[in-house]
Design a protein around this ligand. Structure first.
Ligand SMILES: *Cc1c(COP(=O)(O)O)cnc(C)c1O
Length: 360
């Protein structure tokens, strides 16, 4: 079976992890945490980074740091992984759903403005499947309305918009290091920012709200959202080889694009003109294809190829239900398929996948 995703752990992961165990520094203190944070900040082009236990908690911490209060509204795309909206709900704030653009599959900036009310405090653009959002337009809207921008970059490590890495453009960037993401620490997350106050705030909140000046003194209720030294050890090793990962993912993407470009009934997620996508999961959408999506997925499965359907629109699921219309989210959700995408995927495997689609 060709899996949809697979982490590459052939660098110093085992060596650094063994160091944690040999030295007994297995919990959330230890040298790898700071090294990993510094290296990730450097990689993402920000001054600071604060690690945490997963990408969802990175989003929660970011929202807490910008002081999202119960009843506040936060704009999110309707087509994303549920964590984006869940983080807003953890603050007892309201995720306000906005439809996507049907070419890029990212939040449609034209529709953001209509969703802004006096209660709106922030926008969370999601760089879906590694494809950067139209950040200039989003930042302009945010500046005009004094809103914060939190970039959900969980699927887009290393992707660039106008030569800037995602996660360095908004006020805070949030990344996930789950097993199937571009960089993995098993479970893990990080917030990036150029604003020291926001990062300091995140570091207090993730450590039980304990004041920096006085140990075991709490001025507020905080959380335990810390990353362990073991996760950071794996992450540091991953960052040492990140440029190779990215290069190989690009090759995978280019070959898919080349082989699928003239296939009737297949459309590929479109990258913004000024952006460089890093495909997290290379994704296509069926547009008058000969077979239904389920039939094509079955054919691929029979050939030993794992695929994934695109996310469900948030508005259709109970916690986020609204009866507004989101035609583009519906279209991509019903017809989209993500194909196997990882650094080690071979040329032969990509050819097999594309031939299976063509023969179908
Ligand atoms: C994976 C993901 C998250 C959450 O990350 P976890 O580390 O699994 O908590 C958030 N947003 C998006 C868009 C994701 O894909």
């Amino acid at each position: 079976m060709i899996p949809i995703a697979k982490p590459d752990l052939k660098g110093n992961e085992k060596k650094y992890l063994t160091e944690c165990i040999d030295s007994t520094w297995i919990s959330s203190a230890g040298k790898f945490i700071e090294q990993f944070e510094n290296k990730f900040a450097e990689f993402s082009g920000t001054k600071y980074a604060a690690s945490c236990c997963n990408g969802t908690m990175a989003l929660h911490l970011a929202l807490l740091a910008i002081n999202i209060q119960p009843g506040d509204e936060v704009i999110v795309p309707n087509l994303t992984f549920a964590a984006t909206a869940n983080a807003v709900l953890y603050c007892n704030a309201k995720p306000v759903l906005v439809d996507i653009d049907k070419e890029t599959w990212n939040i449609d900036p034209e529709k953001i403005e209509q969703a802004i009310t006096p209660k709106t405090k922030a926008i969370i653009p999601v760089h879906l499947y590694g494809n950067p959002c139209d950040m200039d337009k989003i930042m302009e809207i945010a500046n005009n309305h004094s809103l914060f921008v939190i970039e959900d970059s969980a699927e887009a490590h290393g992707a660039k918009y106008k030569n800037k890495k995602v996660g360095s453009i908004g006020h805070i960037g949030c990344f996930s290091f789950y097993g199937n993401k571009i960089v993995s620490t098993g479970e893990g997350g990080i917030c990036t920012s150029n604003n020291k106050e926001l990062i300091d705030r995140i570091n207090v909140l993730k450590n039980h709200g304990m004041t920096k000046e006085r140990r075991y003194w709490h001025n507020e209720v905080g959380y335990n959202y810390r990353m362990t030294n073991m996760q950071a050890a794996v992450g540091l090793a991953q960052l040492e080889t990140i440029n190779t990962f990215i290069e190989r993912r690009r090759k995978v993407e280019n070959l898919y694009r080349e082989l699928l470009k003239d296939v009737e009934g297949i459309k590929i997620q479109k990258t913004h003109d000024n952006a460089e996508q890093i495909p997290w999961m290379f994704s296509i959408v069926l547009d008058n294809f000969k077979l239904s999506r389920d039939e094509l997925i079955d054919k691929l499965e029979q050939a030993g190829i794992e695929t994934r359907k695109t996310f469900f629109p948030l508005n259709e699921m109970p916690p986020y239900y609204t009866d507004s219309q989101f035609p583009n989210s519906d279209l991509i959700s019903k017809n989209g398929i993500s194909l196997p995408t990882y650094a080690e995927l071979t040329e032969e495997e990509i050819i097999l996948i594309c031939d299976t689609i063509k023969n179908a």
